[in-house]
Ligand binder design. Structure first.
Ligand SMILES: Cc1cc2nc3c(=O)[nH]c(=O)nc-3n(C[C@H](O)[C@H](O)[C@H](O)COP(=O)(O)OP(=O)(O)OC[C@H]3O[C@@H](n4cnc5c(N)ncnc54)[C@H](O)[C@@H]3O)c2cc1C
Length: 401
């Protein structure tokens, strides 16, 4: 970090300290890059109350978090390891089960509240001497020009506090409505599912058995994800009108509607938290990189939450970008130049696009009310359940391995 004319220079400026931005910062903690993380919101405190935004974090991400010491946090007790995944078609005969024991691993992943994982990452990042955490800070203006692809491109960012910072590499980890993406004039193809995701935490009469339960219905999937305290986090994808109707139900009527939708797999719903709705969409930036600039996580791509892969893809972006720039720097190459950053884009864009298309395909297939398609679907689920090699490939993909 160096200072001149009221502008502070950093090698890397990360806009957005969500799960993905902090994962990236954490990867740079052991490097000699000077790094700034700019985050607009103070992190929601971890309290006894379980937060409603949770993520299923896969084994690939967990392994790396373990290597960098993130999992040593006492907050790991708030993570629930899930050993099984049970997927079924509402009203149909199709079902498939994935079991960690069959794969010879201890768990398929963990379910963790987003703010808990962020706190674990932030605690780690704050111990790194080369990282400056600027929060709460909002972007007032980004000055970025990629006109000259050979010369060193420096972006300068004016912050709401009046501070000015400059970067050799500006990283947009600022979510779906990324200002970094906008400042770089990167186009993004997007589509709304015209659906909302209803999330809340529930207490059920039957144990969740450390299993992620997912029921496919014509309107979309309903997931019950196991939490550390015996509760389950639900994510229920609903068409917009239906989402408003279900949201307006009083708690007793909602409990019945939810238990019925989940075909009482976890028994009755005994208690529930406040409910929240999130718009569901998918989108993909045309480019992830420009000279001296890169997008990671939801800033680059966002997908339907049906397989709980959005954060995992973003974390994989963070790991890949960090590896590319650290390797280039060690080799004495231009680590922020377009040709270097293109390696990151080549590694991640195809994989993210495949996942985006698979999620949309899944949603279409399971959204069909057509009896013929519904029978194929049922037969398909049960068939895959009986072909270990295929089942194994599907689950390896979901585990990020
Ligand atoms: C209902 C639902 C359920 C989901 N469940 C799962 C799941 O089980 N598993 C999974 O892997 N994924 C899941 N996802 C997806 C996952 O939540 C996202 O993919 C992930 O949170 C994206 O992380 P991110 O850090 O890229 O973006 P965000 O989480 O959006 O973080 C962006 C950060 O940037 C900050 N920011 C934005 N603009 C500025 C600015 N101008 N200045 C400063 N700071 C700024 C924001 O405050 C925020 O902290 C789900 C999504 C939804 C909608």
């Amino acid at each position: 970090m160096s200072q001149s004319n009221d502008e502070i220079d950093f090698d890397v400026v990360i806009i957005g300290g969500g799960i993905v931005g902090l994962s990236f910062a954490n990867e740079l903690a052991a490097s000699d890059f000077s790094v700034a993380v700019v985050e607009r919101n103070t992190l929601k405190a971890v309290t006894d109350e379980t937060d409603c935004r949770v993520s299923a974090i896969n084994r690939f991400a967990l392994k790396r978090f373990d290597q960098t010491g993130v999992l040593a946090s006492s907050l790991m007790q708030r993570a629930c390891a899930f050993e099984k995944m049970f997927v079924w078609d509402q009203g149909g005969a199709g079902q498939i089960q994935f079991d960690s024991a069959e794969l010879g691993v201890s768990e398929l992943g963990v379910i963790i509240e987003n703010n808990v994982l962020q706190q674990m990452l932030l605690d780690k990042v704050k111990t790194a001497e080369n990282i400056t955490y600027l929060c709460p800070e909002e972007i007032a203006k980004i000055n970025y020009s990629s006109a000259d692809e050979v010369a060193l491109v420096r972006a300068s960012v004016e912050l709401s506090s009046g501070k000015k910072i400059r970067s050799t590499l500006l990283v947009g980890a600022d979510g779906v409505n990324s200002k970094v993406r906008e400042a770089a004039s990167i186009q993004r193809a997007k589509q709304s599912y015209k659906q909302q995701g209803l999330v809340c935490n529930v207490t059920t009469s039957e144990s969740h058995q450390n299993t992620a339960w997912q029921c496919f219905m014509p309107s979309g999937p309903l997931a019950f994800l196991p939490l550390y305290n015996g509760q389950s986090s639900i994510v229920w994808s609903l068409d917009e009108d239906e989402a408003q109707r279900i949201m307006a139900l009083d708690d007793d009527a909602f409990k019945i509607a939810l238990a019925e939708a989940g075909e009482f797999k976890l028994g009755e719903i005994l208690d529930l938290s406040q409910r929240f709705l999130f718009p569901l969409s998918h989108g993909h930036a045309n480019e992830y990189v420009k000279p001296g600039l890169a997008l990671i996580g939801d800033a680059a791509h966002n997908i339907h939450p049906l397989a709980g892969q959005g954060a995992n893809l973003g974390i994989a972006d963070a790991f890949a970008l960090a590896e590319v720039i650290c390797t280039a720097r060690k080799a004495g190459r231009q680590w922020s130049a377009l040709h270097t950053l293109m390696k990151y884009q080549r590694q991640r864009k195809g994989a993210n696009r495949v996942m985006e298309l698979s999620m949309s395909g899944f949603k279409e297939l399971f959204g069909q009310k057509n009896v013929f398609l519904s029978e194929i679907r049922n037969a398909g689920l049960s068939l895959v359940d009986h072909i270990p090699a295929l089942k194994y490939r599907i689950i390896q993909h979901a585990l990020g391995e």
